[in-house]
Design a binder for this molecule. Structure first.
Ligand code: Z5A
Length: 211
């Protein structure tokens, strides 16, 4: 049996990942491709419990603790959900993965500090064999994304951060896209949902074999 394909979606808040993932899943279904939709932090029962803690505005933890909790969640998610699916030939569509850790913890929290990046790279190295085949970075000006996101429910622990934090996160994704030009594809997330969805489907068809 063929190994499934692993696709991650990335971007600052409110860029439209949730919406875009729904559209991609509908297209995969129509193409007869079996897929699993998942997210980070979370995606397995244990990781979802850690997600609740990580997103809770009442959680008061050090940056290093946050980083290690994210990787504890990721480890369980990989072992319990992602790897078994890929081994069965099922495509995995994941809302955020390791690039979010570099962007949010490495750039948002630590402003691209070399020591923090080295620490994160060290933790990521255990997942190197299982990095996504394709990462779709939905790129939208930070303020536009925040305006979209602010129309929704109460802000979680990350969403409560100041604009400067998300400007750093955006710089993190820009840096990653330059460092990994083959794996990470920048998708213009402006325009209508259908326009963004069509750009994503084109990128998936151009990069991965779709029947
Ligand atoms: N995090 C981290 O720090 N480190 C890590 O390693 C990982 C994660 C893995 C997860 O929160 C948080 O965890 C995240 C980073 C951190 N925090 N932040 N910020 P989450 O999963 O709850 O939140 P999110 O990933 O940021 O998702 P989001 O804010 O829900 O954004 P989205 O999924 O990209 O957006 P959306 O829900 O699809 O769209 C937002 C709104 O815009 C919605 O009302 C749509 O109807 C609307 N929309 C969508 N597309 C369009 C277009 N094209 N035009 C106009 N309006 C649109």
């Amino acid at each position: 049996m063929n190994q499934g394909r692993f696709i991650s979606f990335e971007g600052t808040e409110g860029v439209g990942k949730t919406t875009a993932i729904e559209q991609l899943c509908a297209r995969l279904h129509a193409s007869g491709i079996e897929y699993l939709r998942t997210r980070e932090p979370g995606g397995s029962p244990f990781a979802e419990r850690l997600r609740e803690i990580l997103l809770d505005p009442a959680t008061d933890i050090a940056d290093d603790t946050e980083l290690l909790l994210l990787f504890a969640a990721r480890c369980d998610h990989m072992q319990q959900v992602i790897l078994p699916a890929l081994e069965c030939g099922i495509w995995v569509i994941c809302d955020r993965f390791t690039d979010s850790t570099i962007a949010y913890q490495g750039f948002g929290r630590a402003h691209g500090d070399a020591a923090m990046r080295a620490k994160i790279d060290g933790l990521i190295s255990q997942f190197v064999q299982q990095l996504p085949d394709l990462t779709l970075w939905l790129d939208l000006p930070v303020l536009e994304g925040m305006a979209r996101a602010n129309k929704r429910s109460a802000a979680d622990r990350f969403e409560q951060q100041a604009t400067e934090f998300f400007t750093w996160v955006h710089q993190g994704f820009s840096t990653l896209a330059i460092e990994h030009p083959t794996r990470i594809q920048r998708i213009d997330a402006s325009g209508t949902m259908d326009e963004v969805g069509a750009r994503i489907w084109q990128a998936v068809q151009d990069t991965l074999t779709v029947k």
